[in-house]
Design a protein. Structure first.
Length: 173
């Protein structure tokens, strides 16, 4: 069996691991930290921009939802206002129809022959006709209707092609 080095640790603190490479001493350590800080700042800024975009979309969707609800409620209020106007006009129509029916009944009641004669004699000064005012007219029993002496002919409107063909056939005959 080959000999192996056993790396057991009996302490509670772990062993320090040595790096496998040696950093170049030409580059200062500060530059690496600044570049990592810049990348961290850039990633943080990107994450913040993404977060702002998500928040802006959420606010936009909420505003869109409220605007849709507002538009729906506005249309419903317009519909309700128009419905109330229609109902008011129906009520006015029924009132006018009742008044019209009452006036028609009062006119029919006042249109009897006695009332008409009374108003004609009092208001217009009219009198009933006497026998001396009657004039009889005699008409001869002659027939005033004349029979039709002309013959009725119906002209059919043919198209120009049929008229051309008929004209050519009449010329050839």
């Amino acid at each position: 069996m080959a000999y192996r080095q056993v790396n057991y640790q009996y302490e509670t603190s772990p062993r320090k691991v040595k790096p496998d490479y040696r950093p170049d001493k030409k580059e200062p350590i500060k530059k690496k930290k600044s570049s990592t800080l810049k990348t961290k700042k850039q990633t943080a800024k990107k994450q913040q921009n993404i977060k702002m975009k998500v928040e802006a979309k959420t606010v936009l969707y909420i505003l869109l939802g409220f605007s849709v609800l507002f538009a729906i409620s506005y249309r419903n209020s317009l519909i309700t206002a128009n419905f109330n106007k229609k109902e008011d006009l129906k009520e006015q129509l029924s009132v006018l129809q009742k008044e019209n029916a009452q006036i028609e009944i009062s006119i029919q009641n006042s249109l009897n022959l006695a009332n008409i004669e009374k108003s004609a004699s009092e208001l217009l000064g009219m009198k009933k006709i006497d026998e001396s005012q009657k004039v009889y007219v005699t008409l001869p029993k002659k027939d005033y209707v004349e029979p039709a002496s002309e013959q009725v002919s119906i002209k059919e409107n043919n198209n120009w092609f049929e008229q051309l063909i008929k004209g050519l056939t009449n010329l050839l005959k």
